[in-house]
Every structure is written in structure tokens, then in C-alpha cells.
Design a protein around this ligand. Structure first.
Ligand SMILES: Nc1ncnc2c1ncn2[C@@H]1O[C@H](COP(=O)(O)OP(=O)(O)OP(=O)(O)O)[C@@H](O)[C@H]1O
Ligand SMILES: [Mg+2]
Length: 254
């Protein structure tokens, strides 16, 4: 890594929604999704991935989202991140209506305010562990070696920064992914089955770490998981079904 230097870049000033819909409570909500519809067209057939889905996540909450395969969980995360656009409905993230952002602005917004953890890690194989973690800062033009080291320490990989990803275990790689997802202090962390490739013991450790890191960074998290054990670490469990998002039966608030 290059020599540490203070970060100089200022966050881009995105416009907060001036007049939110009466139906949308923006107070202390980091994420508001309302009546989202997403339909994929495959030749002559269409797939309704989401039909009128609404979800609110409050600031600082760690929410688990469960639901059967194909119920639209990944689609929902992609829409929230601005990677895809809904056919109908509205998404407000950290006070910004995603409809007001063109593709370039959505990319910048995502880099600054959103962090991701995926099931398959998505680490870059030719970059060191430290450079993988530092990537969101580098992309945002604000490299910060001290912050990168602090995140590596936080996930217990302080001595592995110079390693290459192929030298790490699956659980260690997922910890790299967590450090990378939070290094730029995003407001919202989106995690899509982050423990799907791990054994139950590693999965429990990774979820506990994810929760600790999210809380320590003052972030808000939406975690998609098939694992009840993982979901039970959340403040709130939600289920995505054909009828939309609903509170899951075993709700536990921290
Ligand atoms: N790019 C796409 N093109 C066409 N259909 C898609 C596309 N992405 C998703 N779908 C369809 O939309 C539906 C929802 O998919 P999605 O990946 O969101 O489900 P999921 O809840 O994440 O499932 P899983 O638990 O298996 O990951 C599925 O029927 C899927 O086949
Ligand atoms: Mg999925």
C-alpha cells in the first residue's frame, strides 16, 4: 500500500428528498422501499421477481431478510443498491430518492453510502488482502491506510494484509469481504447470503463479526440469509413471500 495520507475528498452532496410522500416516513429511516415491482422478460415469458414489495429499515438496525429461493431477495438488494431499476415503486436510501440519480450518480452514491457482502466473496485474486479491503476507498479517491489497517484488525486479519486471497480460507475471505464492505463507512450495508459458503461454525462467527462491525461503524444493515441461525443475530427478521415483506414469526429485538 502507498504511504498513508489524510483523506481530502469530500462526500458528494446528494440532494435529500425535499418533500417525501406522506406515506413514507423518512425520519430515522435509512432505507424506505415502497411498492416495488420488478418484472424480467425472457423472450415470450415474463417473471415477476417482485410484486409490490415495501420495506423500511431504521437507522442503526440490523435486519435479516429471509424467503424461499426465487422470492426476489437478490433482486430487492440490487434495486436498493441502484444496480437495477424497478418497473414501479420508490426507493429512498439515506434520504436520497434513487429515481433522482442517473446511472453515473447512482454509481457514485453506491461507492460512498453503500457497502456489499456477497456469498461468493468477490475478492480480486491478484490484489493483496489489504488492497482488496482498501478498494472502496481507492475508488472513492480517498485512500486511507490507517483505516484499512483498522478494518483488517477489526476482522482479526491484521497480520494477513500482505497475503493473496488464495492463501486464505473461506471464512477468512468472508472476513476480508466484511472489512471491505465497511472500510468506507457506508450508511447502509447490504449482504446477500454472506455465509452461504461457510460451515455452520464459521458462519456463526462471520455473522457475529458482521453485526459487531456494523454496530461499531454506526451503519445499518440488511442481511439476506437462508440461515435461521444467522437471522437470529439480527434485531429484526423479515420474510419475503408472494405477499410481500412481512415480519417473520420469530422476531427478536436487541
Ligand atoms: N436477470 C434476470 N433475468 C431474468 N430473470 C431473473 C433475473 N434475475 C432474477 N430473475 C428471476 O427473478 C426471480 C427472483 O430472483 P432472485 O435472484 O431475486 O431470487 P432470490 O430470492 O435471491 O433467490 P435465491 O435464494 O435462490 O438466491 C427468480 O424467478 C429469477 O429466476
Ligand atoms: Mg439470491
Amino acid at each position: 500500500m502507498a504511504t498513508a495520507h489524510p483523506s481530502t475528498a469530500q462526500p458528494t452532496p446528494f440532494t435529500r428528498t425535499a418533500a417525501p410522500d406522506a406515506a413514507m416516513t423518512t425520519t430515522a429511516a435509512i432505507l424506505e422501499a415502497r411498492d416495488l415491482t420488478k418484472r424480467y422478460r425472457l423472450g415470450a415469458t415474463t417473471v415477476d421477481a417482485l410484486r409490490g414489495v415495501s420495506l423500511t429499515v431504521g437507522e442503526g438496525e440490523f435486519v435479516a431478510l429471509m424467503g424461499p429461493s426465487g422470492s426476489g431477495k437478490s433482486t430487492l438488494l440490487n434495486l436498493i443498491a441502484g444496480l437495477e431499476r424497478p418497473d414501479a415503486g420508490r426507493i429512498v436510501v439515506d434520504g436520497v430518492d434513487m429515481r433522482t440519480l442517473d446511472d453515473d450518480a447512482a454509481t457514485v452514491f453506491r461507492r460512498e453510502r453503500v457497502g456489499f457482502v456477497f456469498q461468493s466473496f468477490h475478492v480480486l485474486p491478484y490484489l493483496s488482502v489489504a488492497d482488496n479491503v482498501a478498494l472502496p476507498l481507492a475508488l472513492a479517491g480517498r485512500r486511507d491506510d490507517a483505516r484499512t489497517r483498522a478494518m483488517l484488525d477489526a476482522v482479526g486479519l491484521g497480520d494477513r494484509g500482505a497475503s493473496l486471497p488464495r492463501e486464505l480460507s473461506g471464512g477468512e475471505l468472508q472476513r476480508v469481504a466484511i472489512a471491505r464492505a465497511l472500510v468506507h463507512a457506508p450508511r447502509l450495508l447490504l449482504a446477500d447470503e454472506p455465509t452461504g459458503n461457510l460451515d455452520p461454525e464459521s458462519a456463526a462467527q462471520v455473522i457475529a463479526l458482521l453485526r459487531d462491525c456494523v454496530k461499531a461503524n454506526g451503519a445499518t444493515a440488511l442481511l439476506v440469509t437462508h440461515s435461521h441461525a444467522a437471522a437470529s443475530a439480527a434485531d429484526r427478521m423479515m420474510a419475503l413471500t408472494a405477499r410481500g415483506v412481512q415480519a417473520a414469526p420469530a422476531v427478536r429485538r436487541a
